[in-house]
Write a protein that binds this ligand. Structure first.
Ligand SMILES: [Zn+2]
Length: 189
C-alpha cells in the first residue's frame, strides 16, 4: 500500500465511522444509500491496496499452502512433517536407519509413504522393529481377526499392532510389549 492509497483508505474508513456514529432508527433511505456508496468506495480502495491473496493457513512459513483443517496452524505441509516426527518417535530409533540383517517375514518392512487407498496392516514386533506380518486388509475387523489368530499360533511374536494406512499411518492398537532384543551373533545358536 503506497502513501496515496493509505491516505484515501484512511479517509474512506473515517467517513464510515462517522456514518456509524450518526446512525439512528429513523435514518432515511437516502442516508442509507449514501452509506452504501461510501462503503463500496472504501471496499474498492481496500481491494486496490491488497496485493496478495488472503492467507489460507496460520503458518508463517506456508501462509498460502495446502490446508489441513485438523492441524492447529491449518498447514498441511507442517502437519505432515510433525506426523512424520511423531511416527519416528513411536517407532523408536530402531526404525531408521534400517537394519541390514535378514528379517524373518516374507512381507518385509512398511514403505515410508502410504498408498492412497485405505488399508489395515497387521504388524509384528521382531525384537528389532515393527514388521508387516500378513497381507494388508481392506477391512479392519478382518485384520484384527488375523492378528488374534497369529497371537494364538505356536510361533507367536512378542507383540503385534494394527496400523491404519490412508494418507498417513496411524497405530490403532498394540498387543503385547515390544522390547528391544539384541541380535545373537551367528554360530551361537
Ligand atoms: Zn507450514
Amino acid at each position: 500500500m503506497n502513501h496515496a492509497q493509505l491516505t484515501a483508505l484512511g479517509r474512506a474508513l473515517r467517513v464510515l465511522g462517522e456514518h456509524g456514529d450518526a446512525l439512528t432508527a429513523d435514518a432515511p433511505d437516502a442516508k442509507l444509500h449514501e452509506v452504501r456508496t461510501d462503503l463500496k468506495r472504501a471496499l474498492e480502495l481496500l481491494e486496490d491496496s491488497v496485493t496478495t491473496a488472503a492467507p489460507s493457513t496460520r503458518c508463517a512459513e506456508h501462509p498460502n499452502g495446502p490446508v489441513d483443517e485438523n492441524a492447529p496452524d491449518l498447514c498441511l505441509l507442517c502437519e505432515t512433517r510433525r506426523r512424520a516426527a511423531r511416527r519416528a518417535e513411536i517407532n523408536g530409533p530402531s526404525a531408521r536407519p534400517r537394519s541390514t540383517e535378514p528379517t524373518p517375514s516374507r512381507y518385509g518392512v512398511r514403505e515410508d509413504r502410504p498408498q492412497p487407498q485405505q488399508r489395515w496392516l497387521p504388524e509384528q514386533w521382531t525384537g528389532q522393529e515393527w514388521q508387516l506380518c500378513g497381507t494388508p486388509r481392506r477391512d479392519r475387523h478382518e485384520a484384527e481377526l488375523y492378528i488374534n489368530a497369529q497371537r494364538r499360533g505356536p510361533r507367536a511374536a512378542m507383540a503385534y499392532r494394527l496400523v491404519h494406512e490412508f494418507t498417513d499411518y496411524e497405530v490403532l492398537r498394540v498387543w503385547g510389549t515390544p522390547v528391544r532384543v539384541d541380535i545373537e551373533p551367528l554360530g551361537n545358536l
